[in-house]
Design a protein around this ligand. Structure first.
Ligand SMILES: Nc1ncnc2c1ncn2[C@@H]1O[C@H](COP(=O)(O)OP(=O)(O)OP(=O)(O)O)[C@@H](O)[C@H]1O
Ligand SMILES: [Mg+2]
Length: 254
């Protein structure tokens, strides 16, 4: 079921993923419109991370198609998708813990550029790199921590850094898997503001178990259960949906 809308950033058409006898994703069809923030919710094991993996190119074994801005990217691997503007963070933090915050950001910034260039271009490039890193330190609130060893910082600051690493290459599409997981209560508000800032001007798919946060950040909610999309709509619509309330929120349908 491939639709043809020019304002669609990412599209799943009849996407299924099987792990042996288990259907982790079961015929998902969904359009993610450009510039919108989507919250992906559902019980443990619903298939949320697997769907993000399919979109990010980390789960190439699937049925159906993934389209990015109208182009079939189903066979494209994760690094090619990153070059095409799809950025992704993980349920578990991926930073270089023994390096400083700035060193981490520098590595993320350099990944997409070749190291071999004439010196006059290299000089200009270094200045641009330093400016990009400063901007990301500012966005993530890590300016005062720029020389801290990443792994020695609080978990909340490490997650902020990880988001900075994901956003630094300026992806048009941002896939975030539980960016608040493990963050202490006192850091949640700040982390939520950071996600909001990082989402500006981007298409975002956000997986998050904290209902208050995901309902506040998302324009559209996609509810998954047993590999299927069981409901979509605005946060208000989804919260009022009796099927969602029974399947996901564990409430009696009556
Ligand atoms: N590589 C794998 N091999 C086998 N089974 C897998 C694999 N990855 C995921 N699964 C299974 O697929 C189903 C969907 O898993 P997935 O991680 O996508 O769920 P999720 O919605 O992200 O859950 P959670 O909220 O706990 O993170 C689960 O039953 C899980 O055990
Ligand atoms: Mg998951």
């Amino acid at each position: 079921m491939i639709s043809n809308h020019s304002n669609v950033a990412l599209q799943c058409a009849n996407v299924s993923v099987s792990f042996g006898a288990l259907k982790a994703i079961d015929d998902v069809n969904h359009d993610f419109e450009t510039g919108r923030v989507y919250g992906l919710i559902g019980p443990n094991g619903a298939g949320k991370t697997t769907l993000l993996n399919v979109l990010a190119g980390r789960q190439l074994q699937h049925q159906g198609q993934v389209l990015c801005e109208g182009r079939d990217i189903s066979r494209m691997d994760a690094s090619d998708r990153a070059r095409h503007g799809i950025g992704r963070s993980f349920q578990i933090t991926k930073i270089y813990p023994e390096m400083t915050v700035t060193e981490n950001l520098r590595i993320a910034a350099q990944i997409k550029h070749s190291r071999f260039m004439p010196f006059w271009i290299a000089t200009r490039y270094d200045r641009k790199l330093a400016a990009d890193i400063d901007a990301m330190l500012e966005l993530t609130g890590l300016t005062a921590h720029r020389n801290d060893i990443a792994g020695a910082m609080s978990y909340g600051l490490q997650r902020a850094l990880e988001l900075g690493l994901t956003v630094l290459p300026q992806p048009r599409i941002l896939l975030l898997d539980e960016p608040l997981a493990g963050i202490g209560h006192h850091e949640i508000e700040q982390a939520t503001r950071l996600i909001q800032a990082a989402s500006a001007g981007r298409t975002v798919l956000l997986i998050e178990h904290n209902m208050d946060v995901i309902m506040a950040l998302s324009e559209q909610i996609v509810v998954m259960s047993n590999g299927r999309v069981i409901a979509t709509g605005t946060p208000q619509q989804v919260k009022a949906d009796p099927v969602v309330r029974s399947v996901y929120l564990g409430e009696d349908e009556s």
